[in-house]
Every structure is written in structure tokens, then in C-alpha cells.
Design a protein around this ligand. Structure first.
Ligand code: DQA
Length: 142
């Protein structure tokens, strides 16, 4: 079965409890379940990972990225400053879709800049859980 890598960055383990007016009331486990089911319906096995640590995310991507059909990543705040994560995504040379649950352009100004987005084919921002499903659909078409 084709494999797809789905990564959530810092603080996304707090989904459901963290600023629910922005990120909703469903948990990371709910998100993982939705992602797993959507991936399977598209013929993908999903390698799921969440970490609050930049280095652990990079290690996971370096290990799991090669041989996969692509990457769906919500880097959380790493989007706004992590050149190490940007370099990692570039190095993998895979189709990447960056996803944000909230609309990063409708919030604090610092959020509207994503340094990692440059390594992505595209960015889906503000569509909540649906963004991950749309990202998987895109990867399935590649
Ligand atoms: C986020 C947006 C980021 O600005 C923030 O730091 C997050 C979550 C989102 O999914 O909307 O942690 O990536």
C-alpha cells in the first residue's frame, strides 16, 4: 500500500483544550482518526506523528519521508521560523502540503509569514480538519 506521512507540530497535542474558539473542540486523537480513515479511503497507509520538538519532527521526516507518496504537515509555530524544518522538507524532495487549522492570514501579523510554506506545493489554511483531507486528496492525484 502507498504510504503518506502526516505530521503535526508543537502544541497540536493540546487540540480540543487549546483555544477551542480557534482550534475547535475535537482532540488530536479525533484528528488522527479522521486522517487515518480519509487516507485509507484514498488507498494510503498514514504514518502519523506529533511532537513538540523540532528535532524529533526532522528525525521522523528524514526516516519516514523517503519512499512515501508525500507529506501533509501542520508545523504549528515552527512554520513561522524554522529554517531547519524548511531545509528538511526541501531535502526530501517530495510533494508537501502545509496545513493550518486556523486561517493564519486572519490572525496576528507574525502568523501570516510561513518560512516552511516555500518548501510546499501548496498551503491550506483556515479549513480546520477538512484541510488535512483535502491535502490527502491532492497527494492521491499526484
Ligand atoms: C497553526 C497556526 C500557527 O500559527 C500556530 O502556531 C499553531 C497552529 C494552525 O493549525 O492554525 O500552533 O499551525
Amino acid at each position: 500500500m502507498k504510504r503518506v506521512v502526516v505530521v503535526n507540530g508543537p502544541n497540536l497535542n493540546l487540540l480540543g483544550k487549546r483555544e477551542p474558539h480557534i482550534y475547535g473542540t475535537r482532540s488530536l486523537e479525533d484528528l488522527n482518526q479522521t486522517v487515518r480513515e480519509k487516507a485509507r479511503s484514498l488507498g494510503f497507509d498514514a504514518s502519523l506523528f506529533q511532537s513538540n520538538s523540532e528535532g524529533d519532527i526532522i528525525d521522523f521526516l528524514q526516516k519516514e519521508g523517503p519512499g512515501s507518496a508525500g507529506i501533509v504537515i501542520n508545523p504549528g509555530a515552527l512554520s513561522h521560523y524554522s529554517l531547519a524544518l524548511y531545509d528538511c522538507l526541501q531535502a526530501l524532495a517530495l510533494p508537501v502540503v502545509e496545513v493550518h487549522l486556523s486561517n493564519i492570514h486572519a490572525r496576528e501579523e507574525f502568523r501570516s509569514k510561513s518560512v516552511t510554506a516555500r518548501a510546499a506545493r501548496g498551503v491550506i489554511t483556515g479549513l480546520g480538519f477538512a484541510g488535512y483531507g483535502l491535502a490527502l486528496e491532492f497527494l492521491a492525484e499526484q
